[in-house]
Ligand binder design. Structure first.
Ligand code: SF4
Length: 210
């Protein structure tokens, strides 16, 4: 475990140096906006979501407005995003629960966020870490984090929740939010489907298991 901790500290240090401006790539100015953006980003790209967010949030700027919107009106704003039928229902139902159960305010606890329709640990971690700045919320495990941590030998699991638990044991808590952004940046650029190991700054800290 000590070696894995040292390995992960080296990886984080190198990635911070390589991607000094690494951050959440969804546009948002409050927790509700990030919650909406994160729900929309499933099976889509952050770039695509950032295109539809301005008009959607202009029409439905908060949970109350979204809960009172019609399915047809919400759908009209997001139909260029994948799975828009399901996501329309999730946005409306999620907003209704925020209105009914949380006094119209996005909750800032994991146990409350995961009760919202369409919100699992991954979405909750994104919102807690980036909109609320809660450092102990957990680690967002997306497809890049899964692929890279398996290749690096940081986990032997395939399940995202189990991988998150493995990572929480070895990643310093202060890095839990940045960790995901750094891995997404490196996963998009170098540790892609066919990894570019010969160009990779992490090669001496990676088990290259693929
Ligand atoms: S050395 Fe290869 S497998 Fe390891 S992180 Fe870099 S690109 Fe990915």
């Amino acid at each position: 475990m000590k070696d894995r901790k040292t390995q992960v500290e080296n990886i984080i240090r190198l990635l911070h140096a390589e991607y000094p401006n690494s951050k959440c790539s969804l546009d948002f100015s409050n927790p509700f906006e990030l919650l909406v953006g994160t729900i929309l980003s499933a099976q889509s790209t952050d770039k695509r979501v950032n295109i539809v967010l301005p008009s959607l949030l202009a029409a439905f700027p908060d949970a109350n407005a979204m809960a009172n919107g019609t399915i047809e009106d919400i759908k009209e704003h997001i139909k260029s995003v994948g799975l828009y039928n399901n996501k329309t229902k999730q946005l409306k139902n999620m907003s209704q629960m925020i209105v009914d159960d949380f006094s119209e305010v996005v909750p800032d606890k994991m146990k409350h966020l995961v009760k919202l329709p369409g919100v699992g640990r991954k979405t909750a971690n994104v919102v807690l870490g980036n909109a609320f700045g809660v450092p102990d919320s957990g680690i967002t495990v997306d497809t890049h984090v899964i692929r890279m941590t398996q290749r690096m030998g940081l986990t032997t699991n395939n399940n995202a929740v189990k991988i998150e638990k493995d990572l929480m044991k070895i990643v310093p808590q202060v890095e839990w939010v940045d960790f995901t952004h750094l891995f997404i940046d490196h996963g998009r650029k170098i540790c892609v489907k066919k990894p570019k190991c010969e160009e990779c700054i992490l090669i001496s800290n990676c088990d290259q298991l693929y």
